[in-house]
Design a protein around this ligand. Structure first.
Ligand code: HPA
Length: 276
């Protein structure tokens, strides 16, 4: 059976297979923490140091080539050493999105591979539109909770997983101790690939959403269901549709990500040793 067929017929077996291949290629049998870097977050990964291993994600079984500009499609391993602790961080530069139309399995394959590789903590980063008028462009916001407007779950069958503490309180409080200016908000998952209409943004605000984006939610659910602790960080790259009257474009999203990358990288590097 091909790796792609296995991904759809037995996604967990596909992730185990990919984790074994990663261990073989990198000669690193175990990783502790995974980071998924969304649009514009690649520069934040560079702040973690020099990778000890890098490959194209699609060299690993079940992964496909990146579809989005700003997503490089690389997998890197970093060794972060502090106070006698040696932490292996597995970093995905880019991700697969629901709007690519390949189904949810490829969307969550990275985080499932990471958990099968040993990761107990999964950090999901993204670029998003700010619905909450208090937010400004370039501001990082911790995800406190989410609303799934896609209603697509990576789980099927009678798997009634509790999501009360999906975005770990413990990790959010470590992040806020490191940077007391960090806000928290509710992220709404929009399938895309179109941005929202102003009327949809008005609806989302009424529903209690602060942030809107096209990723993170399926990965958070898949990682949590496998027992990993999840942190979600959104970078507000634009005011959501209808707020300023300006049109939205992807270049603006990438540019705002790049501008904030070094601050975000420093914050991640500083906090990672406290998370494991
Ligand atoms: N909407 C949805 N996804 C996004 C946005 C947005 O305004 N900005 C960045 N990703």
């Amino acid at each position: 059976m091909s790796a792609t067929d296995l991904l759809y017929s037995d996604p967990l077996a596909a992730a185990t297979h990919a984790a074994a291949e990663l261990a073989k290629r990198s000669d690193i049998p175990h990783h502790d923490i995974a980071l998924v870097m969304g649009s514009g977050w690649v520069g934040a990964a560079d702040a973690l140091g020099t990778p000890t291993f890098e490959c194209d994600a699609h060299e690993l079984p079940g992964f496909s080539a990146p579809a989005v500009e700003g997503h490089s499609g690389k997998v890197r391993s970093y060794l972060i050493s502090e106070n006698g602790k040696n932490i292996r961080a597995l970093v995905f530069l880019g991700r697969t999105h629901l709007y690519e139309g390949k189904g949810v399995e490829p969307v969550v394959h990275g985080v499932r591979t990471a958990v099968q590789a040993g990761c107990k903590v999964v950090i999901l980063t993204n670029a998003c539109g700010g619905i909450n008028r208090d937010y400004s462009v370039g501001q990082p916001v911790l995800i406190r909770d989410h609303i799934s407007l896609t209603a697509v779950s990576p789980l099927s069958g009678a798997t009634f997983v509790d999501l009360t503490d999906l975005y770990s309180k413990r990790i959010r409080s470590i992040m806020k101790s490191a940077d007391s200016t960090l806000a928290e908000g509710v992220y709404v998952h929009w399938r895309g690939p179109t941005y929202e209409t102003p009327a949809e943004i008005a609806m989302m605000r009424t529903m209690g959403a602060d942030l809107v984006g096209m990723s993170t939610v399926p990965e958070a659910i898949a990682a949590h269901a496998l027992g990993a602790e999840v942190l979600g960080i959104s970078l507000v790259t634009n005011a959501a549709a209808g707020i300023t009257g300006e049109k939205l474009n992807h270049e603006e999203v990438i540019a705002a990500g790049k501008a904030a990358a070094s601050r975000m990288g420093a914050l991640l590097k500083q906090t990672i040793p406290q998370l494991i």
